[in-house]
Write a protein that binds this ligand. Structure first.
Ligand SMILES: Cc1cc2nc3c(=O)[nH]c(=O)nc-3n(C[C@H](O)[C@H](O)[C@H](O)COP(=O)(O)O)c2cc1C
Length: 183
């Protein structure tokens, strides 16, 4: 098979990626945005990295309070993910406008998205500027997953449809048939 050299945006090659919801802030200044450039970084300590555009409202809240939640959602939330990923709290209070349900976290003051199938409570340990983003490194305080959808091997992919963004308005999800490698 021959290759083509990929032009801008280069990251198309590295999608689809799970699309998460990031909740930031506290009390009466809370916000929600979509993020797919999120990854686990280390196991000791548990950390998650988020490539966060410095022009987002979320960036200011995370810088101010040093905490955030990463919320895992399914294909049922595709419209919400697209909306909160295209509208900024600089223009609209998205949570109020769409009546987005949030619940209190246990270890931090930033809430989580009540309909998430899983979420992590994170405290910022580093913010590293790279290009237009900061790589936000969060130490994971605790991770939760919906009991009925989660097994010791991770998500039950026969029951769960994790939302992923391909590019722009195109989203996909996992198939219901996991591939098991033979021992
Ligand atoms: C599926 C999807 C994934 C996104 N991933 C990221 C991301 O990883 N990092 C980022 O900074 N912005 C990402 N965005 C864009 C932000 O969600 C968008 O700029 C949002 O409006 C910021 O909201 P805020 O200004 O209220 O914080 C993504 C958007 C979508 C739709």
């Amino acid at each position: 098979m021959s290759y083509i050299e990929v032009d801008d945006p280069f990251y198309r090659v590295f999608h689809p990626r799970p699309a998460y919801l990031i909740v930031s802030g506290r009390d009466d200044d809370v916000n929600i945005m979509a993020a797919s450039w999120v990854m686990p970084i280390s196991e000791e300590p548990w950390t998650l990295g988020l490539a966060l555009d410095r022009e987002t409202y979320t960036y200011n809240l995370i810088k101010k309070y040093g905490e955030f939640t990463v919320n895992v959602v399914t294909d049922e939330d595709v419209d919400l993910v697209y909306y909160v990923g295209h509208v900024s709290k600089y223009e609209v209070d998205k949570i109020k406008e769409k009546n987005i349900p949030l619940s209190p976290s246990k270890h931090i003051k930033t809430p989580y998205y009540s309909k998430a199938i899983g979420y992590a409570e994170c405290k910022v340990i580093k913010m590293i500027p790279i290009g237009e983003v900061d790589l936000v490194v969060g130490e994971v305080q605790a991770v939760y997953a919906k009991k009925d959808l989660f097994t010791r091997y991770g998500w039950d992919l026969r029951k769960t449809k994790i939302l992923m963004q391909n590019i722009g308005r195109t989203f996909v999800t996992n198939s219901n048939t996991p591939i098991f490698i033979k021992k």
